[in-house]
Design a protein around this ligand. Structure first.
Ligand code: ZN
Length: 403
């Protein structure tokens, strides 16, 4: 999205409300030829009824044929072209575990790995050690590593993966990865890609040097690899860029993290969907834009559990009247990407969108499903990052361009 175009058009006195309801991994596929998708199978009387007065269609998160990760897919829904606004993987890792990354921090994704006596990598994942071992090793390293002038944070993530953050003055993250990516090679030294990153690279090299000694008698995790060095990006913030006071409601840290990254306020983790909708109701008067995230549609898709994914969609449909009772000016119901149960993974397939507003031009679609959405007024491949400007327009928040 071209923020420079939107900014001068933002109306200053609008009081309208926009709700973006994201069922993660919503798009699906039939389990057998001629069958129905998860969304088509789900009984969704409330969404179907709303479809009658909405514009329907399918969106594409990144580009044609590209399977999105949830981070970039959400950025796209928030109006940021994910190819233009890339988040480093280290920063994404930090967001994923609720680590409060500061602008001066350099974050990296770490792997505990196994090396032989010559220091050559024999297993990049250290036999997929359980998270508890990773926890112990992170604590051990934190206790023993001593590098003056910087603060070091280490957090176990999952199994052999951890997060490393270094905090100090004048750190930059353009640093080459230490992971050789193939077996039989020694880890690379962390090399700065430019003079500005030399200070951080030197700290990383010292960190790795000390870690090597501390881990040498451990087994199988006797060494570590670092990838995806990154800092918090300095992008236009969502509330200013779109002129909306914004609130994120999400149960998982990763989604609160992405919302925080673009400057939205975040509610603490809710325990279930009901509580998420209660948070929406309780905060309705305080904000202009709401992002409400539903996670389990994606999780069950990843598990290949078609009926469970259907059931999650039905649970959200049953809660929809509570959102409608708030009378949103614009309501978008969609996913961030497809996660067909058939594939047990994210996929590149376009994602169904229901776009409700009082100013919608009618189309002929009267139900919410992949096939039906192909006939919708939004088209069957609208870039996800164009939904935000469209929402602003339908919410009466954009003045005209030129006289
Ligand atoms: Zn996702």
């Amino acid at each position: 999205m071209d923020f420079d175009v939107i900014k001068p058009l933002l109306s200053t006195n609008a009081t309208s409300k926009i709700l973006l309801l994201v069922m993660d991994g919503l798009g699906g596929l039939p389990m057998e030829p001629g069958g129905k998708t998860e969304l088509e199978t789900a009984s969704t009387p409330n969404m179907d009824k709303l479809a009658e007065s909405s514009m329907m269609g399918l969106h594409q998160g990144i580009r044609t044929g590209i399977t999105p990760g949830s981070g970039p897919a959400h950025l796209s829904l928030f109006g940021y072209d994910p190819l233009q606004y890339e988040v480093g993987r280290g920063a994404l890792s930090a967001l994923g575990i609720d680590f409060d990354l500061q602008p001066q921090d350099v974050a990296a994704r770490g792997n505990f790995c196994t090396v032989d006596e010559q220091g050559r990598v024999t297993d990049r994942r250290a036999g997929r050690i359980p998270t508890e071992i990773s926890e112990r090793l992170c604590a051990l390293l934190l206790e023993k590593i001593d590098i003056p002038g910087v603060e070091i944070f280490l957090r176990p993530v999952k199994e052999y993966r951890f997060l490393l953050v270094i905090r100090g003055e004048g750190l930059k993250a353009e640093i080459e990865e230490t992971d050789p990516l193939i077996l039989g090679k020694e880890p690379f030294p962390a090399k700065a890609m430019n003079p500005g990153s030399e200070k951080a690279a030197e700290i990383i090299r010292e960190f790795v040097k000390q870690a090597k000694v501390i881990l040498k008698d451990e087994h199988p995790a006797n060494m570590l690899l670092l990838r995806g060095f990154a800092q918090i990006p300095t992008w236009p913030k969502f509330p200013e860029a779109f002129g909306v006071k914004s609130l994120a409601i999400a149960m998982y840290p990763m989604y609160r993290g992405v919302a925080k990254l673009v400057g939205m306020d975040c509610m603490p983790a809710a325990h279930d969907y009901e509580e998420e909708f209660t948070m929406l109701e309780e905060n309705w008067d305080k904000y202009d834009f709401f992002f409400l995230h539903i996670k389990k549609t994606d999780s069950y898709g990843e598990d290949g559990n078609f009926p469970a994914k259907v059931h999650e969609i039905e649970k959200v449909d049953a809660l929809l009247p509570r959102a409608l009772a708030l009378d949103p000016d614009v309501l978008i119901i969609t996913g961030d990407h497809s996660t067909p149960s058939l594939m047990k993974s994210h996929s590149w397939h376009p994602v169904p969108v229901l776009f409700y507003a009082k100013t919608c031009r009618p189309d002929t679609v009267t139900s919410f499903g992949e096939r039906a959405c192909l006939q919708g007024g939004l088209g069957n491949r609208i870039p996800a990052y164009e939904l935000m400007p469209l929402a602003l327009a339908h919410a009466g928040r954009l003045e005209k361009f030129g006289a």
